[in-house]
Design a protein around this ligand. Sequence first.
Ligand code: AMP
Length: 189
Amino acid sequence: MNLLLIGPPGSGKGTQGERLAARLGLEHLAAGDLLRAEVANGTPLGRRVADIMQRGELVPDAVILGLLMPRVLTAVERDGYLLDGFPRSVEQANEARKLAEQGGAAPDAVIYLDAPRDVLVERILARAEKEGRSDDNPETVENRLRVFDDATAPLVAHYRERGLLHVVDAAQDQDAVTDQILELLGVEA
Ligand code: AMP
């Protein structure tokens, strides 16, 4: 099975992505985690994207596609992938679609984690204290939410039209969100 998990910052993509991938035996590919690892390792790619991430902007499509697509194609050879945080724009979705169709790697379902803005902001600021992510500060968070509204939210209509979309209330507690996703996928919790 191949799944996409999309949602605004703070909607729980990372947590749900980890749980679902473990439960379903899928390769968890978290776009932000892969980018943060490049930054932490000081690779040329990491140096190129560090400031962009710090501002909460999207890194160039070619960078993220180059990082993810080989991993996606490898995961498809196994039991499938769970992509969290990608795509983040209709352009990325279209590019990925072209590549995925060549490699038999199209998604089977897209899960949209939806939550009200005040819940998102509260969660991100709580996470900032625990995890110390440098882009979890108030200004960058505001920009990340704006980037979500402008670039990523249009994906909801895009995937609804393709008949792939499932909307999940991500303001529920973590276990309820996981259960609801497993149920809509027809998997026992
Ligand atoms: P995340 O961990 O998903 O919140 O992502 C952290 C940051 O990584 C984002 O604010 C972007 O700067 C960058 N990023 C993650 N995924 C993508 C993507 N699909 N396209 C472009 N930039 C991304």
